[in-house]
Design a protein around this ligand. Structure first.
Ligand code: 4NP
Length: 157
């Protein structure tokens, strides 16, 4: 499985989703490739937001070596599954991918946790540290659902 996590800036939400899913896949013995990207170009080349790095580290996950990159239409050739962190991100993905857009590969990330609800991961960018902790928890739960769904394994805590 090759999975791409996508948000707007690729510095707050999708780096956490990448780090958490990679960690859980490895723990479960799954040889998955997990990456992340953003639909805007404001933070290309930057490391994840300091508070995303902090909450990840507090949970034993190191994301400091990630670097933001922009989502490109060719990502549809490279990945089996593309998760959008929010509905505006999904709109951007559609716009960027144009003729390469493949609805069968794209899903709103939180539909893995709450099927059919079409909920978005809140954007912590404009808020304070508690928002990052809240987002970590939501992303962690959704990643666990993804592992259970595709690997048919429940991680014991
Ligand atoms: P992210 O958060 O999409 O979770 O990385 C954002 C980061 C930066 C901006 C927006 C959202 N920005 O507008 O710069």
């Amino acid at each position: 499985m090759k999975i791409l996590m996508v948000c707007l800036g690729n510095i707050c939400r999708s780096p956490l989703a990448e780090g958490i899913l990679k960690h859980k896949a490895k723990e479960t013995g799954l040889n998955w490739m997990v990456d992340s990207a953003g639909t805007n170009n404001y933070h290309i080349g930057e490391a994840p937001h300091k508070l995303s790095q902090k909450v990840a580290k507090l949970n034993g996950i190191d994301i400091c070596n990630q670097k933001a990159r922009r989502f490109v239409k060719e990502d549809f050739d490279r990945y089996d599954k593309i998760y959008a962190m929010a509905d505006d991100v999904l709109d951007d993905i559609r716009m960027i991918a144009k003729e390469k857009y493949d609805a069968s590969k794209v899903e709103l990330f939180l539909n893995e946790l709450h099927p059919g609800k079409n909920a978005s991961v809140p954007d912590p960018w404009y808020g304070e540290e508690p928002g990052f902790h809240e987002v970590y928890k939501i992303i962690d739960e959704a990643c666990e659902s993804i592992i259970s769904k595709y690997a048919n394994v429940k991680i014991s805590k």
